[in-house]
Design a protein around this ligand. Sequence first.
Ligand SMILES: [Zn+2]
Length: 474
Amino acid sequence: MKRYLFGALAAVVVGAIGLGAQQPPANPNARQNFVKIDSPVIVLTHVRVIDGTGAPARDNQTIVIRDGKIADVNDTPRITLPAGANIIDLPGRTVIPGLVMMHEHLYYTAGPGVYGQYGASFVRLYLAGGVTTMRTAGNTNGFMDMNLARRIDAGDFAGPAIDATGPYLNGPNTQLQMHSLADADDARRQVAYWADMGATSFKAYMQITRDELKASIDEAHKRGLKLTGHLCSVTYGEAADLGIDNLEHGFMASTDFVADKKPDECPGQAKGQQTIAALDENGAPFKALVRKLVDKHVALTSTMTVFETFTPGRPMPRGLDVLVAPLREQFQRAYDRVQQNQQSLYKTLFLKGMALERAFAKAGGLLTAGTDPTGSGGVIPGFADQREIELLVDGGFTPVQAISIATLNGAKYLGRDAKIGTIAAGKQADLVVVNGDPSRTVEDVRRVETVFKAGVGYDPVKLVQSVSGQVGIW
Ligand SMILES: [Zn+2]
């Protein structure tokens, strides 16, 4: 804030003495403020490519970007450099596809039951972290997700392409920023209204009934839109039978194995999680559920980043410096409380959750990646998206598989894999340049140097600095 005010004042003073100096940008959010590379033809040469398909990394590659698309990618000696291209030599760097993340939010837990709407700063952080496409998985504001999606497309803001959800579809609940559905008709009306307003996806929540869920799914599908759920009152098996497209938080929100589960009632997330922590990934009950989800093409979103913040013995998350001091201090206290709770169920649940997700993927299920910046805080957009890839590797995936989950699998879910999600000729040039080799050292995904979205290269340092210490205000 200080820097911006100073810049504006300086420009006014200079203008006043008639030197005709540059005016401050009219729109501080505009994407051109954060661009570092923008030319009609760009060549990234001598790079390592991890193409997002899960194939091994390829050394000494050259990528030609023309008019926002990948025109060519091949072994460097086989590429003829186009005349007039902006050639960028990048030895020691790796190029991965722009991340396609599936459980993002434009809000953050500001206090008990209060969600601060920080979309304006979050979209910069997501882009800085390498996210070029994301789905918001539930909104607590009404119109912001949809407005930001449109305004990013128009260039008024720098940020990822957004698949914007409507407000949560939930049954009776006491959340201040959430509607309580009255019945199935209400559910249908909500989906129809928010779809008309520009929502392109929907999310059901923990207290919804089967009738309301069914009505929501049917109305969304009628409009060619998908619906996901963070469930509790409805089991994963029931939701699959009703036609849901996606389930959030891996198996951490499943109540399928709660012995005395009553239909349409949430027995409490903790009760479900006790059964998940004790679940055998090789046992018949779990295998039957996985079979059903795979057969019915229900995708699963891993959000291990938010669960890591509940688990004792895990490192302090990165990126906390972007927060205003009260939010940073609030998370520090939450982190300390977690460390003191050595009896926490998460000590077993965290590792079990990873094993179950891996079993789902191994059985042929579509596993996607997300972060979920909620909980008690500490899941910081952009930084957490990189962390999610590292946690997939902790859970047993290879680095190139983890990158594929966070790129191609998201694109497949969105039905956009013909355009985005991998590095291949003809695809949109959504590319992340990192220093190092994440196929060997996955933490190198943190070392982002440039993020290309549709062939325009953004500066991650500028993006992060522009919000540093201010997330929590806007
Ligand atoms: Zn969420």
